[in-house]
Design a binder for this molecule. Structure first.
Ligand code: 9YT
Length: 132
């Protein structure tokens, strides 16, 4: 059984900080679960273009407010605590946190991330950030 607290991840290699987001990886490929689980903070004002070509991702917002834009259709969906989105078509998207509030998201990836995607995150393209 794997039991962890967020406190145990902070400041370790399981915590990855970038200009637009900080992610704490609870479960990774090496844990053998078949998926990975992340507690990810999208920084206030961040505007991230992402496309996970090789992974399916489901994201559940537990804090903050922002929006997701489906780049293929231009549709924009507001995000607030309780909103879930599932990128069932590896959808290319912009993820934006409103100015003045970070968003905290619980993310699940299938297949799992290895944890080594940090600087070469296949298909994920963080682009523009401000207010960091
Ligand atoms: C919200 C979101 O796309 N999170 C992705 C997880 C994060 N980029 C990570 O742990 O690499």
């Amino acid at each position: 059984m794997i039991v962890k607290h967020l406190d145990q991840l902070i400041g370790t290699s399981a915590e990855v900080d970038t200009p637009g987001w900080t992610s704490r990886r609870f479960v990774l490929k090496s844990d053998g679960m078949g998926y990975s689980v992340h507690d990810t903070v999208i920084k206030a004002g961040a505007n991230l273009e992402m496309e996970y070509r090789n992974h399916l991702e489901t994201v559940y917002c537990v804090e903050g407010e922002g929006e997701i834009e489906d780049i293929a259709t231009g549709e924009v969906h507001p995000i607030r605590p309780g909103t879930l989105y599932a990128l069932n078509r590896n959808d290319r998207h912009y993820l934006r946190a409103n100015k003045g509030t970070h968003m905290r998201m619980v993310c699940v990836f299938n297949p799992p991330l290895t944890g080594f995607e940090v600087h070469d995150e296949t298909g994920a393209y963080p682009l523009i950030t401000d207010e960091n």
